[in-house]
Design a protein around this ligand. Structure first.
Ligand code: ADP
Ligand code: G3P
Length: 497
């Protein structure tokens, strides 16, 4: 009986289930978008039950579609939008509030207080992170402080916290297993990435009871089994990693200095730094890449909050394109952006600026500017933001990148990929399988149950599709980038001015 690995990829905008075979090839995919909830400007929520239902729905759908029986699934690997925070009742399994999404800015004032107390250095030292509303810690505090009765019940041990990996594993196991993996734990701002323990001082500062927290474990590990009622059989849940770390694994970036950039809702560049924990001097994060083979490895990360989401904004809010794919056609219908710059700081700006109060801006408009220029400038903004983080990464790591591996939904856009290569002056390599997030989760799960033997076997499965080579004139490249820097300076600190 042929066996497969089922990867569950719970992203910011959709839940996906992908079945992989032993060659690391896709056998089937099912996907479902779910509701984005914006209760106030700058606030973003998801319904945790909708997340679970959409995720289990696509898992069952992909098995139906492919005719693969649950008995043929050797293991399940989980990968997820990171930082998004769910708090639920231990007995009923019911969330006490909507999930507060990584993009949500509501806890900016709590972060300001932590900064005012002078905690930035110690938090960076312990967690590898900058103080920002992005991470889970202040989101948990917000729920405890604002949802009636929850703090008291949490103190009585009746309430659990988890990121989406934890929430899915809890539900898959029928409410038996409350765990997370090191890569997800490293995004909470509650976890000490040096000692691999929840940090008592930060917990006490944020007044978060330790009993709410999941047990942190390696990323390739049999956490438990699916409850009988989920698929009819017990399947090992054997891998979990935050989606960006999973993509680094799926791209086989196993050696220090290897980097990938994932273009989804946001854009996240990660560079493997091996067993060495590198602290950034240039606005990047230090994060756990994965726990595997009895050790953890680290990565430097440049987190860009809005990338593909800006294309969705063009489609859904401005309605200047019908589909995301149409953005390429429109962008290439004009020779350049006609001096227009879009700064998509819709939820503040992440690396390397870390400004929770920046807001979106369109600059350089003249009478001749049309929607094609606006669309082109929006795509270009994704590439400019990537240059911002690549420069910081090269500075921190002292490594000059020769090639950037790319993946995620927006890499289908050839204009964007060519412009990216041009503006970086670096080769951009798009692999055959761009679903590297799910693939990474599948590999981590497969390794835990002996479906694959090790990283060497996996590295051989990586195949390139296209390499985009830089071809833009140096002077033009630098003048375009200088325009971007100027545009960003106008968008920063907008909200509190
Ligand atoms: N051809 C395209 N050009 C530009 N952006 C695209 C294209 N196709 C998809 N996208 C963008 O990619 C994102 C979806 O990528 P995906 O990796 O599925 O994201 P996520 O995991 O964050 O939900 C969307 O934001 C969408 O706007
Ligand atoms: O859902 P994605 O793929 O945009 O990823 C979201 C990140 O994990 C947020 O840190």
């Amino acid at each position: 009986m042929e066996k497969f690995i089922l990867a569950l990829d719970q992203g910011t905008t959709s839940s996906r289930a992908i079945v992989f075979n032993n060659d690391g090839k896709i056998v089937g995919v099912a996907q479902k978008e779910f509701t984005q909830i914006y209760p106030k400007p700058g606030w973003v929520e998801h319904d945790p039950l909708e997340i679970w239902e959409s995720q289990i729905g696509v898992a069952r759908e992909v098995l139906d579609k492919t005719g693969i029986k649950p008995e043929q699934i050797a293991a399940i690997g989980i990968t997820n939008q990171r930082e998004t925070t769910v708090v639920w009742d231990k007995t009923t399994g019911k969330p006490v509030y909507n999930a507060i999404v990584w993009q949500c800015r509501r806890t900016a004032p709590i972060c300001d207080e932590l900064k005012a107390k002078g905690l930035a250095d110690s938090i960076r030292e312990k967690t590898g992170l900058v103080i920002d509303a992005y991470f889970s810690g202040t989101k948990v505090k917000w729920i405890l402080d604002n949802v009636e009765g929850v703090r008291e019940r949490a103190e009585n041990g009746e309430i659990l916290f988890g990121n989406i990996d934890t929430w899915l594993i809890w539900n898959l196991s029928g409410g038996k297993v409350h765990v997370t993996d090191y890569s997800n734990a490293s995004r909470t701002m509650l976890f000490n990435i040096n000692t691999l323990e929840w940090d008592k001082e930060i917990l006490s500062e944020l007044n978060v009871p330790e009993s709410m927290l999941p047990k942190a474990l390696p990323s390739s590990y049999v956490y438990g089994y699916t409850a009988k009622e989920v698929f009819g059989v017990e399947i090992p849940i054997a891998g979990a990693a935050g989606d960006q770390q999973a993509a680094l694994f799926g791209q086989a970036c196993f050696k220090p200095g290897m980097a990938k950039n994932t273009y989804g809702t946001g854009c996240f560049m990660l560079m493997n730094t091996g067993e060495k924990l590198v602290h950034s001097n240039n606005g990047l994060l230090t994060t756990i890449a994965w726990g595997l083979d009895g050790k953890v490895e680290y990565a430097l990360e440049g987190s860009i909050f809005i990338a593909g989401a800006s294309v969705q904004w063009l489609r859904d809010e401005l309605k200047v394109i019908e589909t995301a794919a149409k953005s390429e056609e429109l962008a290439t219908s004009v020779p350049d952006s006609n001096g227009v710059y879009v700064v998509p700081a819709f939820v503040g700006m992440g690396a390397p600026y870390w400004d929770m109060y920046a807001r979106g801006a369109v600059l350089g408009l003249t009478r001749g500017a049309n929607r094609a220029h606006l669309v082109r400038a929006t795509l270009e903004s994704i590439a400019f933001q990537t240059r911002d983080v690549l420069e910081a990464m090269q500075e921190d790591s002292k490594i000059k990148l020769e090639e950037l591996k790319v993946d995620g939904g927006a890499v289908a856009n050839n204009f964007l990929m060519q412009f990216q290569s041009d503006i970086l002056g670096v080769n951009v390599a798009r692999p055959v399988i761009t679903e590297t997030t799910a693939l990474g989760a599948a590999y981590l799960a497969g390794l835990a149950v002996g479906y694959w033997n090790g990283k060497e076997e996996i590295a051989k499965k990586w195949n390139v599709d296209v390499v985009f080579n830089p071809s833009m004139d140096e002077e033009l490249k630098e003048s375009k980038y200088a325009g971007w820097k100027k545009a960003v300076s106008r968008a920063l600190k907008w909200e509190n001015e």
